[in-house]
Design a protein around this ligand. Sequence first.
Ligand SMILES: Cc1ncc(COP(=O)(O)O)c(C=O)c1O
Length: 401
Amino acid sequence: MPLAYRQRLGEALRAIDRAHLRRWREARAGAQGATCLADGRTLRNFTSNDYLGLAAHPRLAARVAAELPAQGFGSGASALLSGRSSLHAELERRLAQLTGHDDALLFSSGYLANTGCLPALAARGDFIAHDRLNHASLIDGVLASGAAHRRYAHGDAAAAAAAIAASAERQAFLVTESVFSMDGDVAPLDALAHAAHRAGAVFYVDDAHGCGILGADGFAGARARTTDEGPEHVVMVTFGKALGSSGAAVLGSAELVDYLVQRARTYVYDTALPAVCAAAVLEALDMLAEDTSLLSRLRTNIAHFRAAAAGLSLPLGASSTPVQPIMIGDDARALAIAAAVREAGCYVRAIRPPTVPRGTARLRIVISAAHGPADIDALVDALDQAFTATGSHPCRQDDHA
Ligand SMILES: Cc1ncc(COP(=O)(O)O)c(C=O)c1O
């Protein structure tokens, strides 16, 4: 029996290979940053979600080092036992104050926040309208809730409203990302909030990729809300991307947070985030409050990249955020182009199904404030070479006909 099961696994892996959908792991040497050391080579790094270059920033590292002797590293227990420290409490207060929500609840990760909160908030007898490009953690949360659900056309507030209007369930929910993780486009949050408000739906925004980078101070997505008289608005922010740490928080009304403390299983039964991760986020928030130069540098880099890539007629997505997809379509071709870009010294990854819909494989390029102009120029040169070498260059198709 065990052998038969191994065979089943082996056959499944071979099918994944035949479809060019095998995922593989690499071990980075050293810190996350504008460059990374992989296979003994230093590559310019365009794969991380460290949008502001905070993951290895000396200020975050110094704050963690300063807190470690008193806090230790492991939290040692779930938050409801003794795992929640004064740093957790301080970060929850700070996030609520910053974003205008009553309260916040820290989770160990965004994945756990979404898969714990959605099933706590919605149940059989409810209805969830969710964007068709929402992240796996939101889909898993929706499915685990047992609520009826419909995926609406990407970014389409009218389609979301229509889906809710056609539902007859007890309570509706509208669930979206703020910045879509694989496309980089920004959801029409005002229109979606309005649709939720008019329908009396709970508005749930996953601000994983928007937190720290959206709006004038980086927190426009986390302030997403219907109106004060409206139904609940819930925002999930993560710390493992622009904020340079790890973990997540769910923001909402005092009652909602109190309810989640009772019912979100991934809060109640999970070992709390290490306190030093909360300390690193507090430092990141201090830095972003003190000055917006990192945000400005990020935006300059994004504009630089888009202008240079557009000059080569590369199939860029419609994104103004650090996530800059270059659409390829075919899975094998996306892998070949990513390998050629890497050969030219820049680390990018091909994103294939099931992370993105079939036929939409892409390079997911991530621009960071940590990059300098020379990094962006080197990337664009590497893309130029890679598209040419693989016969995929939109301007040089004839060379390889
Ligand atoms: C949109 C979105 N939500 C949630 C998550 C999960 O967050 P975490 O990495 O903190 O588990 C991710 C992770 O990439 C994401 O892209």
